[in-house]
Structures are given as structure tokens and as C-alpha cells.
Design a protein around this ligand. Structure first.
Ligand SMILES: [Zn+2]
Length: 151
């Protein structure tokens, strides 16, 4: 089915573009920064504020704030670590493929398994896409392993 192949090639090119631009990494770092700010606020700001209010069960409230704050810091750290491993723009899309590109003749083919919309679209196709990494070369081919179910 040509439609499936077009869909997979489109998804692969989007993935590669996102990685090159580092957009995934920037997004992850923004989320991590927000988590760190929340953690910092909970641990250092809100806690002092709550302590200033009389007649509050301080022990419970402040220890929970501390736990949530530390959890937010840990999440921030995990996001940064995960982003650096998964979304590193220096890590190129796909795995190198042996052989010359049929379009430009360079040994710059790379391939990766693509499953667009996995999770959200249950009838989305899955397959292995081969793209050429040479600038200006538009060679792309897809090998559908799981065809999309019609309907
Ligand atoms: Zn090429």
C-alpha cells in the first residue's frame, strides 16, 4: 500500500527534522526547568510561608511539601538525563545501512523503525524507513511491516 509507505516516510522525516533542530531537547529542558522551579518553590519558599502561619499542623504539611519538592527535583533531573540520552541532536536519526543510495550514490543511507502515532492511532502502520542523509537528496523508501487496518 503506497499510502502506508508515504505515511511512514513522512513520519520518519519529521522525526529526523525534530532531532536535528533539537526541538525535543529544548522542550524537555523547559519541562525540567519548570519542575526544578516548582521543587525549589516548595522546598524553600512555600515551606517558610506555611511555617509563618500559626495553628497549622506544621510537621505534616512541611514534610509533605519537602517530599513533593524533592520529588520535583528528582523528576527534573530524570528529564534532563533522559533528554540528553534520547533527544540529543548530535545523535543522528536511524542506523547506518550498508550500500549506496540509489538516487545520489553516496553511502549515506540510514534506516529506523517508524510507528507514527503509536498509542493514539491504533490502526497506524508500522515499518522500516530508509532515508538518505546527503544534503539535498530526497531518496526515501519504506518497508511496511504492519499495514494499517482499513476502517
Ligand atoms: Zn541519496
Amino acid at each position: 500500500m503506497a499510502a502506508d509507505e508515504d505515511l511512514l516516510i513522512g513520519a520518519a522525516k519529521r522525526e529526523r527534522r525534530n532531532r536535528r533542530s533539537g526541538r525535543n531537547l529544548i522542550l524537555a529542558l523547559v519541562v525540567a526547568a519548570v519542575c526544578a522551579v516548582i521543587g525549589w518553590a516548595l522546598v524553600f519558599r512555600v515551606r517558610g510561608f506555611v511555617k509563618a502561619i500559626p495553628f497549622l499542623p506544621l510537621g505534616t504539611v512541611t514534610s509533605w511539601l519537602l517530599i513533593f519538592g524533592i520529588a520535583a527535583f528528582v523528576i527534573a533531573g530524570l528529564i534532563v538525563a533522559g533528554a540528553l540520552v534520547l533527544a540529543n541532536p548530535r545523535k543522528r536519526w536511524g542506523d547506518p545501512v550498508a550500500g549506496a543510495c540509489p538516487a545520489c550514490g553516496s553511502w549515506t543511507l540510514r534506516q529506523d523503525t517508524v510507528a507514527p502515532g503509536s498509542g493514539s492511532l491504533r490502526n497506524a502502520p508500522k515499518g522500516v524507513v530508509t532515508l538518505c542523509d546527503t544534503k539535498g537528496c530526497a531518496y526515501a523508501s519504506a518497508n511496511v511491516t504492519t499495514a494499517s487496518r482499513a476502517g
